[in-house]
Design a protein around this ligand. Structure first.
Ligand code: ZN
Length: 294
């Protein structure tokens, strides 16, 4: 199938050859984190370059080749060199699905109300109406882009529920709400073998996946009337079988959306949260949500 829109074949070729200006280069990296097609073109090109550059039996794996190119590309995109060490730390100890690497690379402030499984506390950015935050524009997020590209690469190699889960979370962090929901839905269907999302929610015992799907659904805005109800059902299930603070949190967020902030149901859900976690930074935020300033 023909790839439509950004980047054109010419732009992608220029990226691979290192001929792009920093801003466009950053846009291509960001796009590649979520586009398997462009990513595989990039990978093939760099693997070929690697063979040409090291014909005498080099033992560098394709992953190392990717790392070398990614580090160079990211550093060039943001004109920053000090990232080399953190990026290696993030990507090399990569035994699981990459969720840990994403958690370490997450932006310092969060733009979504929900709590992603295993992520540390991050204060919420308060945006005025119409304003948005584009994680791609912030040089501090270079390591996030690299971690996102890494989980995308794992998914290209194997479309497993765990890899789908990680890419879904990456989409959330990169500000692609619809792609996040679609990928996490696919993860849940693959994990349970069900065909309908509602059946998969009933069937699944994957607390972290149900939790993160709830976050993605709550995060998706207008035009999706079924979303709010499904967000609450995912969080309820995760809370019932897992009892995690994340699930308690996301259950309260989904209840606020469905029943209104300050409603009896929402206040009751925040009280349940505070019973589970009375003392963390999340608890401080929960108390503010329970007792909004008058
Ligand atoms: Zn693409």
């Amino acid at each position: 199938m023909e790839h439509t829109g950004f980047p054109s074949d010419e732009t992608l070729a220029a990226f691979i050859d290192g001929r792009l200006d920093p801003e466009t280069r950053g846009q291509v990296i960001a796009h590649m984190a979520t586009c398997p097609e462009c990513y595989s073109v990039f990978m093939s090109a760099t693997e070929m370059a690697e063979v040409v550059a090291a014909p005498n039996g080099s033992h560098r794996s394709s992953r190392q080749a990717w790392l070398a190119v990614a580090v160079t590309a990211v550093a060039a995109a943001f004109s920053i060199v000090f990232l080399v060490t953190p990026v290696r730390d993030l990507v090399l100890p990569h035994h699981d699905s990459g969720l840990d690497a994403l958690a370490k690379a997450a932006p310092e402030q969060r733009t979504i109300a929900g709590r992603i499984s295993g992520f540390p506390y991050q204060a919420m950015v308060h945006l005025t109406r119409g304003e948005s935050v584009d994680p791609m524009k912030d040089p501090a997020n270079a390591s996030l882009l690299t971690a996102a590209a890494s989980v995308q690469r794992s998914l290209n190699a194997q479309r497993s529920p765990a890899n789908l889960h990680a890419v879904g979370v990456a989409n959330l962090l990169l500000g692609h709400p619809d792609a996040a929901v679609d990928t996490l839905h696919e993860a849940l269907l693959a994990e349970t073998g069900q065909r309908r999302v509602a059946d998969a929610i009933d069937d699944s015992n994957e607390v972290r996946l149900l939790n993160d799907l709830s976050v993605a659904l709550s995060n998706r805005t207008a035009g999706h009337p079924k979303t709010d109800d499904e967000a609450l059902r995912c969080a309820e299930k995760a809370w019932r079988i897992g009892g995690t603070p994340e699930a308690a949190w996301n259950r309260a967020i989904a209840t606020e959306t469905l029943k209104g902030a300050g409603s009896d149901a929402a206040r009751s859900a925040w009280r349940d949260y505070l019973k589970r976690d009375p003392a963390s930074s999340w608890a401080t935020e929960a108390r503010k949500r329970l007792e909004p300033a008058k």
